[in-house]
Write a protein that binds this ligand. Sequence first.
Ligand code: DC
Length: 469
Amino acid sequence: MRQLTLPDQINSQMKHDPDTIHLAVAIDGPAGSGKSTTAREVARRLGYQHVDTGAMYRAVTWKALDSDTDVNDSMAVGRLAYEIDIMFVNDDGSPKQVLVDGVDVTDAIRSAEVTRNVSVVSSHPAVRAAMVRIQRRLARRGNVVLEGRDIGTVVLPSAEVKIYLDASSNERARRRLKEMEAKGSTSSIEDVRADIERRDSYDSSRETSPLRIPVGARVVDTTALTIDEQVNAVVATVERVRGRLAAARVAPGGQNPVTREKPFYRFVRLAAWFTARLVFGLRVIDEDRDDYAEAYLYAANHRSNGDPPVVAAARERELAFLAKESLFDVPLLGPLIRKLNSIPTARERFDRKAVRVALKWLQEGGSLLMFPEGQRSRSLELGEAKAGVGYLALRSGRPVVPVFISGTEDLWGALFRQKKLTVAFGRPMRLTDPENTGTSSESCHEFGKMVMAALAALQDEIEPGPRAG
Ligand code: DC
């Protein structure tokens, strides 16, 4: 994509503005749940930018059909998704015009043919990677409402407000049919329902980013609601989250009470900071800005033993660490890391005792660094999260700050400035509806995936490559 809806937002850093809280609102749900109408109206009321991600997948589908590209050819469609130029115009709350390479396709992307083919097109990982990258850039400065199928889970796992709209398939078919009849279609309700159910099952069972309720989202069943009622429900949730954030925010220039450090910790941390900065040229990227009086669970990718000191050095607060048991037997290092709040953890199993100690530390208001993958990765690719991160996050209720570390795999390179040493802190992942979020093993597992998606988003910024998504 050469041109984007908001060119001024690309590559711009979020500015620290203490008077405003920039929110990203993620609205997910199946076809016909009322997402588009709700998202558009919510955005209009809040004065936010609205991004219809379904329209982006439809635009790619339209282009594939228009250029006689086989929609099953993932390579060809993926290439097309990287090159396509999608523009949304008319940002006044009315349905937007969609331009693809300058051609107005607003109506064409809603055709039955596009609708029939969009599930296949949107299931190709390369298509998703290209679209997700654009969507994250549009959302970077906040004040956005993104709607789709994977916004809260994959695109913006740190969105402050996550909504999942749902409705019975009967009701969704009835709504779709009404829309179609207004355009002169004569389909039957049975056909429309069958099509909706087919898309539901395809969208929920595909391998890449299936439709799921994001862990912690507020679920709104719209079957018996009017548009106005569902818009009100979303806006009320946004206001509640904004209130919660405002209450946790530290006044500009004020002292953040969670940043206390014991003298010995502070001494070692400052030594690590100067070493990392001056000797290894550490660069810190901060999306979270660390100005909330909250204890965090920091979740980082893991490439070397240099990771814990690099992360700790960059945070002006005392952290605890989950560290592998064998390190505690190393002369000098063992007693040192013990004094620096390290908790011995078995690597090959779910270590109940370590988890209990870590949970207690978090519940008492401490912050903790852990590596969700459980061990160092041999390659530069992110692996899967173990159960621990989801369990600790959901049990403690602490926001998770994703941390991406790059360069510790080659500290010699960093020393001689051939390689950049970088640590990036993402925005804290918070639960929109903590009261209704359980700690089932499935939720813990799904939340772990969301943490890895947040790490992937940071990696895509710092180590851009073909991977993305
Ligand atoms: O919301 P819609 O009907 O316009 O979406 C069209 C299709 O695009 C839908 O069948 C699934 C896909 N889609 C997706 O996979 N991920 C998104 N974030 C949005 C839409």
